[in-house]
Design a protein around this ligand. Structure first.
Ligand SMILES: [Zn+2]
Ligand SMILES: [Zn+2]
Length: 268
């Protein structure tokens, strides 16, 4: 029965491929879901120039995105101080990067989970990484920046809201996290649950995003055993940091010592 299912699946895929061949989501050329040319021209962030705290491109020396501790802005908006210790992102959220995320989340192209996982692995490891098609990702990294997969005890992901899971039939970051866990060898810890209905973050301004996310996550009831001490928390897009902050706070309140946030994209 298992064999029959497998043969059926292979047949169905090849028939589908004949009727409607795979096309690149960015340039529509037949072949791969993301062709080598589009993959190599993605808006990569040079991690050696990025802010180590929030992952903003070019913020290594002076970051305009992180309020300095004690500054007027930090005092005015204490809720916006991010609780995660460091952050990295692979791509600027523009052009092909936007297309990858939107097509994966809302366009039903589930094979992009492998592309997003490759990008996350490159950012986590802080070094060049090839994806399943052998394309070099994060090509600007000239020296190793520190491999966070060696630092972390576990990998966690920001879960989708229950209504988003119902709408899509899957949790988009959970699929990606499973691949990242396999590739990095990190245990996948399903530590967070997304609880109450929140408004779509995409409709909101910066301050509203922080308020909207507060209290929207909690520790999963079935998260057995002690909470891992050092966690890499992954998500698709870092916009204001509100979602990652809310999720990190729950992990830290639960006993985690340090959270590092890694996203596929960074709004910039
Ligand atoms: Zn292409
Ligand atoms: Zn920063």
């Amino acid at each position: 029965m298992h064999d029959f299912n497998h043969i059926y699946k292979v047949l169905a895929t090849s028939i589908l491929e004949t009727i409607s061949p795979t096309r690149c989501i960015a340039c529509d050329v037949p072949g791969d879901v993301l062709c080598p040319s589009c993959a190599s021209s993605l808006p990569f962030i040079d991690l050696s120039l990025a802010c180590p705290r929030c992952g903003a491109p070019y913020g290594r020396v002076l970051c305009t995105e992180c309020p300095m501790p004690g500054s007027e802005e930090a005092l005015l908006h204490p809720e916006e101080a991010v609780p995660f210790a460091r952050a990295r992102a692979a791509l600027s959220f523009e052009g092909g990067a936007k297309k990858i995320i939107r097509t994966y989340k809302d366009g039903d192209e589930l094979r992009l989970d492998a592309v997003i996982a490759s990008l996350l692995c490159a950012a986590i490891r802080g070094r060049n990484e090839t994806n399943t098609q052998g394309i070099c990702l994060i090509p600007q990294v000239s020296e190793p920046l520190g491999d966070w997969s060696q630092w972390a005890d576990a990998l966690a992901f920001v879960p989708a809201s229950p209504e988003a899971v119902r709408r899509r039939d899957f949790d988009h970051m959970e699929r990606v996290a499973m691949r990242v866990a396999t590739r990095t060898g990190l245990p996948l810890a399903r530590l967070l649950t997304s609880e109450r209905k929140t408004r779509d973050q995409r409709e909101l301004g910066r301050g509203e995003r922080f308020a909207n996310r507060n209290g929207s996550f909690s520790l999963a009831a079935d998260a057995a055993g002690p909470i891992p001490r050092r966690i890499i928390l992954i998500d698709d897009v870092f916009t204001t940091g509100a979602t990652l902050s809310a999720a990190s706070r729950v992990l830290l309140d639960g006993g985690t010592e340090e959270v590092r946030a890694v996203t596929c994209c960074r709004v910039w």
